[in-house]
Design a protein around this ligand. Structure first.
Ligand code: SAM
Length: 243
């Protein structure tokens, strides 16, 4: 579980109702059981439940700092996907979290099959943020990825990282597949890759991104679905930096 306060003591009373409900009510943990806590400084603790107070809806844990190596990808990765249907963006959020993305952006582009009206953005982003949190917990991440919605490609360009890429299937056809591998040999500290919708990016969108330092890269000779391409990309990064 992710706790909001930095842990500096050997024991802690947990009164966060979300954690209480999940650990005590849903998983039925009791005295003596062990759970794991991550604090905002990404420290991981083994927490043995010492006392459960169901009336006050809180429980006490004894803590042991664990010296685990981080589960975070050693490169700061931002996945930026064109907006698609609810189930797809939820899937992308969950799987990108499992695969180590630090930031997950959804943006509107020419051939996006939908657009979000201003009044629904906050609610939709907070639902996705909740999915990211649950997935981060599940995969024992130290960091919950941030989910962001951007209204246009222009806003995406303002979000640039050290290295910026756009996955473009035409680049794969032109035999530029190795551009991704070449880019990774420079060992950037942070990287952003933009992915188009099912209908792909319009050529003028690719031009615009290229003019703004986004390098077009192919991801192999097969055309993947919009939600598969970011998973391929994250797997490549994991292979390069973690295996
Ligand atoms: N416009 C394409 C078409 O209909 O042939 C398909 C677009 S594809 C379904 C959706 C997005 O996934 C693309 O915009 C691109 O960002 C990414 N993508 C899929 N396969 C790719 C590949 N082999 N190389 C690079 N990007 C790819």
């Amino acid at each position: 579980y992710f706790v909001k306060q930095e842990i500096t003591t050997n024991n802690l009373i947990i009164d966060d109702q979300e954690i209480f409900r999940h650990a005590i009510k849903v998983l039925r943990h009791n005295t003596g059981d062990v759970i794991y806590l991550v604090d905002p400084s990404e420290k991981l603790f083994e927490a043995t439940i010492a006392k459960v107070d169901t009336e006050e809806k809180q429980f006490q844990v004894d803590l042991k700092l664990l010296d685990w190596t981080s589960t975070e990808l050693p490169i700061d990765v931002t996945i930026a996907c064109s907006l698609s249907k609810k189930d797809k963006i939820e899937w992308i959020t969950q799987k990108s979290t499992e695969l180590g993305a630090k930031t997950i952006i959804f943006f509107s582009s020419k051939y996006s099959i939908m657009n979000w009206k201003k009044n629904v953005i906050e609610k939709k982003v907070s639902r996705l943020q909740e999915i990211a949190k649950n997935a981060a917990q599940q995969s024992k991440r130290r960091v919950i990825p941030e989910v962001i919605y951007l209204n246009s490609l222009k806003d995406l360009v303002d979000y640039k990282k050290e290295t910026n890429l756009v996955a473009y299937e035409e680049s794969a056809k032109q035999g530029e597949m190795s551009l991704l591998a070449q880019t990774l040999t420079q060992n950037p500290k942070s990287i952003l890759c933009a992915f188009g919708p099912e209908g792909g990016f319009a050529p003028d969108e690719i031009d615009y991104l290229n003019q703004n330092d986004f390098l077009s890269v192919g991801l192999g000779p097969r055309i993947m679905r919009a939600e598969t391409a970011p998973m391929y990309f994250l797997s490549v990064l994991s292979y390069k930096y973690e295996l």
